[in-house]
Design a protein around this ligand. Sequence first.
Ligand code: ADE
Length: 245
Amino acid sequence: MNFHIMTLFPDMVDNGLSESITGRAIKNNIIKVNTVNIRDFAQNKYGHVDDYTYGGGAGMLMQAEPVYLAYRSIIESNSLSERKPRVLYMTPQGIPFSQNMAVELSKEEDIVILCGHYEGIDERVLEMIVTDNVSIGDFVLTGGELPAMMIVDAVSRLVPGVLGKEDSAVYESFYDGLLEYPQYTRPEVFMGREVPGVLLSGHHKNIEKWRYEQSLQRTKERRPDLYEIYINKLKKEDETKKQNL
Ligand code: ADE
């Protein structure tokens, strides 16, 4: 799977993704991260890619042309003009990123991610190239690089072969819409705190039941919004089962 990232700070993205699991996936050629420096497409000898905003207002805006040329270079050098790839623009004005979106994106062959800086990007080029406006939360960052790295991370770990055997054994938060249950490793007693007895019992049914109950309780306490959705889903499944009897 190929991520093409348009940014003014390619080193930030390359360095951030070159460690740990994403780094290993890049080395093993399971994912490719192709950072494209928008500044390389500046139309002046100073390498400026920003300018004042029409109509006034504080701050500078990224110009349309270097962004458009960077996009075209990605399309052309990767022969992508036939199957137009998704182009994600990282913006706090976008749709909130979610695990469902990560699953959907993990089925794509190529994804283009556009990182903004300054006060944003000239609207015209966004209209021309962007397919999805994506936010990573209701807060404002200085640029789209960290959000882009988060998306690459969340999507990559769903690509077959990226997680090793050990990693993939990790229970997924959000699997089935519930938060993960608490986990423990050695020692059995840490500063007077004991590992819950059921986990030492070797009784798999009881362990499963305990974990499910912990997941339910944790979700109810920490994410009542997710809990509500989960309970409603259970109720619906129950009703359809009854109707089918
Ligand atoms: N760029 C700046 N803030 C952002 C956010 N919250 N989500 C995505 N991109 C951003």
